[in-house]
Design a protein around this ligand. Sequence first.
Ligand code: AMP
Ligand code: GLY
Length: 422
Amino acid sequence: MRVLVIGSGAREHALCVALQSDPAVTALACAPGNAGTRSIAEAVPLDGADPVAVAALATSWGADLVVIGPEVPLVAGAADAVREAGIACFGPSAQAAQIEGSKSFAKHVMTAAGVPTARAWPVGGPAELETALDEAAALVPGAPYVVKDDGLAAGKGVVVTTSREEAVAHGHRVLEAGGAVLVEEYLDGPEVSLFAVTDGTTVLPLVPAQDHKRRDDGDAGPNTGGMGAYAPLPWAPSGLVDEVLATVLQPTVDEMARRGESFSGLLYAGLALTSRGIRVVEFNARFGDPETQVVLPLLETPLGGLLHAAATGALADHPPLRWRSGAAVTVVVAAAGYPERPRTGDPVTGADGEGVLHAGTAADADGTVRSAGGRVLAVTATGADLAAARQTAYERVAGVRLAGAHWRTDIALAAVEGRITL
Ligand code: AMP
Ligand code: GLY
């Protein structure tokens, strides 16, 4: 099976590592890829990610399966175009990807499916913003305000703040940029990312992981695309995956099918385990980054066969997933200035070390690796338990050099120290 992965982040590097170890995968390419993917997958150029270009590349490269990593090509219809070209594609249609592309669409689906989520107030203008903030404050007195950009914002469109002024300013910024705004009920409790592979009918959940969204140690600083992750979650209640499958994942997939917008691909449930029960924070329509970097190393089932089964409606016949024991930790090494204004073009050394997944990197003609994005590397390790995986991951971080780089030093620490409570 010839597999073409679309994207250029650490998620795609992790997908390539897992696909490469599947004996059924006879050829592997990543477009456009980065300086890391090119060491294990053929680098094929891809200009932008418009659906026509993706489908043309899939055809000319002779792909049997296309795996689309990021949300932007999915929302633009890349999976539809690949399927129209007669090639199996892992990833939802443009319509189904609206579950990530539009937070208000996701809310409609959840309401229809009876899936628990935060209450939300759509905001059309500045006056409605004030009313929505008043109503949110009345619902959970003393809780922070949650103000969201309704569209795709790479994880950076949300402000959670106790400052009314900051909440109003964020809302105005999004409205002035022509976007739509949602004010939401505040969800307390630890967050869980649970991925499920689905063909639109059958749903196979993966192991739960936890992301660290804030830039700095102790969950301080601004929201980012994700600064590190670990899996599994030693503190998660037993039965969590079954409960999320029964109350969130399956009802959502069924509701999408009922609407004629069948969702196949990776359904990512971002959850909060609140004092009032499980709530969906958001859905994504693709593998999460950085959680993929810790979930895939634990998956023993060959990835190519699994994704192909999902892409061809054959998941009901797929054997149950097998998992390795132990744990995985990934630490994101970010460029100076990330997330506001990442500096690029700095040389990176030590990036060919074991477990070092590339995110925003590019190689010069002479092989020098340079930073080419905000999140530059995702340094990953597995171990017998979370403490061991964490220690190895940070030893590997110490082997990397990038001027001005920053990373969190507390990835998975609260879990290792037993400080996460429900
Ligand atoms: P989102 O883009 O919706 O995933 O939001 C990014 C992050 O903002 C989430 O992972 C949470 O940490 C935080 N967040 C989003 N919505 C809420 C909410 N309703 N209550 C509390 N925190 C939230
Ligand atoms: N880990 C957050 C995301 O992939 O959106």
